[in-house]
Design a protein. Structure first.
Length: 430
């Protein structure tokens, strides 16, 4: 492309492999604002009618209906947060490699050509992903009406951005350029790494295993037999009890470690919901995020029994490890790292803006949920040489990351929530 020219791609059906917009509106229903599950149910019930409208050639009417059902009464800030924290993950997974490669190679940088993307989706839903991850110069999408900071569920006077409206918008946006190429062509490395994105069992441990089996969950356990022996001295810390340290995937992490080991563990938590605390099958103790106070509390618990902690302080869906808080390394010299992986085909077991008390239930609603637990070699403080708690925490993080192929980062819990939700992760509902 020459300087002064422009190229335009369609999002659905061109950049995206799927031409259906329904899943993205469903994500908005589930993740944005109060009443999300109810919105999702209504949208799901309307799915047959929406499909009939599409088959009848009334795609614009179907999109308008989905916009109304998913955004009417929704706060502008809530949709903005979902578009930034949740949707990019799913857009990225649905990208066509060939179309993406062509889009990234056309224009931009030194090429001088401007890259536009046209979509029937509301611009507020698609623009954050397209500009941040694909470096698009312009996004042409459906504009929504707002009132006092809330969406009305109605489109602007221009209507849904499709057909002739889309071509006219392209002409206006690219005025003064010599060529407009509409990329209706049916994983080049993306511009920014996607690290974050943003969606208890009450029973004795012996019965819980059968309950998990009833949900279809598959648990894969790896590690030395000594780790799995409740009477083994191999897992003992400097005192008479064990401190387990694991990466954090869902709220089920400490529960499943306790179930697998058939040992009573006390879980140290951050901002756990009251409901999750009540129905948890293992004891939970809330940390105050004060190093002195939390250190005293952790030391007391380790003296009383086995303890498990997730030093990342929050969950991370992607194959990354957040920075480990070094507090645990000041309490005991020897710790047992546990590398945790999980998977599901429909629902994630974590959310950023939703109600976290439902996270475990969403994860267990997957047809075949999977959990992998790897009990690693104990990290021991060398005799005669005192290492700093930061070195110990980094070693534990590296050992977990290497065992499951996750990348270690220096990102913190606050970094995650500032990126995804625009706050420090302190939820007044907790």
């Amino acid at each position: 492309m020459e300087r002064g020219e422009s190229i335009a791609f369609e999002l659905e059906g061109a950049l995206l492999a799927s031409g259906s917009l329904f899943p993205y509106f469903m994500l908005v229903c589930l993740e944005a604002g109060a009443g999300g599950p109810l919105r999702a149910v209504v949208l799901l019930l309307a799915a047959p009618l929406l499909r009939l409208l599409e088959l009848a050639g009334l795609e614009a009417a179907a999109v308008s209906a989905m916009i109304f059902l998913s955004t009417a009464g929704l706060r502008v800030d809530d949709l903005k947060a979902v578009a930034k924290a949740t949707l990019p993950k799913f857009f990225m997974e649905d990208l066509r490699r060939g179309a993406l490669r062509e889009f990234l190679n056309e224009g931009g940088g030194g090429g001088g050509a401007l890259r536009y993307v046209a979509t029937a989706l509301p611009r507020a839903m698609a623009e954050p992903f397209l500009r941040e991850y694909l470096d698009a110069d312009g996004v042409l999408g459906t504009e929504l009406r707002t009132c006092m900071g809330f969406y009305t569920g109605l489109t602007s006077a221009a209507g849904v951005m499709d057909g002739e409206r889309r071509l006219e918008a392209l002409r206006v946006a690219t005025a003064g350029t010599s060529v407009i190429t509409v990329g209706a062509r049916r994983k080049h490395p993306h511009q920014s790494p996607l690290s974050f994105y943003a969606v208890r069992l009450l029973a004795p441990r012996q019965l819980t295993i059968m309950g998990l089996a009833a949900t279809g969950m598959r648990i894969e356990i790896q590690g030395h037999q000594a780790h799995l022996d409740a009477n083994s001295t191999m897992v003992k810390g400097s005192g008479s009890h064990t401190l387990f340290v694991c990466n954090h995937r869902t709220l089920l992490d400490p529960v499943l470690v306790s179930i697998v080991l058939q040992r009573k563990l006390t879980a140290l938590t951050y901002s756990l919901s009251r409901l999750s605390e009540v129905i948890s099958p293992i004891p939970t103790v809330r940390l105050a995020r004060d190093r002195l106070q939390d250190g005293v509390k952790m030391r007391s618990l380790v003296e009383q029994g086995d303890v498990i902690v997730c030093p990342e302080g929050t969950t991370c869906r992607e194959p990354y490890l957040l920075r480990f808080s070094p507090l645990f390394a000041k309490i005991v010299s020897d710790v047992v790292p546990v590398a945790v992986t999980n998977g599901g085909s429909m629902f994630y077991g974590t959310t950023v803006r939703g109600h976290k008390c439902f996270d475990c239930f969403f994860f267990l609603m997957n047809p075949r949920p999977f959990y992998g637990l790897r009990f690693l070699e104990k990290v021991v403080q060398p005799h005669g040489r005192q290492r700093s708690e930061y070195d110990v925490a980094n070693e534990v993080q590296r050992s977990i990351g290497q065992s499951i192929g996750f990348e270690c980062t220096n990102l913190t819990r606050k970094d995650k929530y500032r990126i995804l939700a625009g706050n420090d992760g302190l939820d007044p509902r907790m």
